[in-house]
Design a protein around this ligand. Structure first.
Ligand code: FES
Length: 165
C-alpha cells in the first residue's frame, strides 16, 4: 500500500510559495517553529521532507530539531491524508470493547494500515488515544462526525456515507 499517493496531495509551487510567505512573516524567530509548521501543514495538508528542510533553513534551526518536533507532536503528519479522515480510538475503554477488530476490518476493507491513506486518496486511517467519549466505546470518528458503539458490521454503513462524495 502506497502512503505517498500524489493524486490528492501533491506538493505544488503554490504550496511552496505560501510556505515562503509564512516563513517570511516569521523570519529570524526560531521560537516560532511550531506555529510555522502548523500553518504550513494547514496549507499543504502534511509536512513533506522538502518543506521541513525549507523551514529549518529559513528559521535557522537544525533540521534534526524540525524532524524531532514533527515526529513528537501527533498533530503533525509527514504523509498526505485522505479526503476523509478516519480516527479509531484505541484508548483502554475502546480497546477492550474491540477497537482492534475495527482496525483489522478497516485494513481488510480499505487495504490501508493505520497511519496510511487509501490509494484513491479517499480515506486515511489513524489511531488516537481516548477521544473523551469512553462510555460510547468503541468510538470512531470520520472527519467531524463521531460514532459510538461501533462494531465491524456497522463500519461499511458508516463509510458508505462518505463513499458517495
Ligand atoms: S478510550 Fe476511547 S473514548 Fe476514551
Amino acid at each position: 500500500m502506497s502512503n505517498s499517493c500524489s493524486c490528492h496531495a501533491q506538493l505544488t509551487p503554490d504550496h511552496l510559495a505560501e510556505v515562503d510567505r509564512i516563513l517570511e512573516s516569521y523570519r529570524g524567530q526560531p521560537g516560532s517553529l511550531i506555529q510555522v509548521l502548523h500553518k504550513a501543514q494547514n496549507v499543504i495538508g502534511y509536512l513533506p521532507r522538502e518543506v521541513q528542510v525549507k523551514v529549518a533553513e529559513k528559521l535557522d534551526v537544525p533540521l534534526t530539531r524540525v524532524y524531532g518536533v514533527v515526529s513528537f507532536y501527533s498533530l503533525f503528519t509527514t504523509k498526505p491524508k485522505g479526503r476523509h479522515k478516519i480516527h479509531v480510538c484505541a484508548g483502554t475503554a475502546c480497546y477492550v470493547r474491540g477497537a482492534n477488530q475495527l482496525l483489522n476490518k478497516l485494513e481488510e476493507d480499505l487495504q490501508v494500515k493505520p497511519g496510511d491513506t487509501t490509494e484513491d486518496g479517499k480515506f486515511s486511517v489513524d489511531v488516537v488515544r481516548c477521544l473523551g467519549a469512553c462510555g460510547l466505546g468503541p468510538v470512531v470518528t470520520v472527519d467531524d462526525d463521531v460514532y459510538g458503539r461501533v462494531h465491524t458490521g456497522k463500519l461499511a454503513d458508516i463509510l458508505s456515507k462518505y463513499d458517495k462524495e
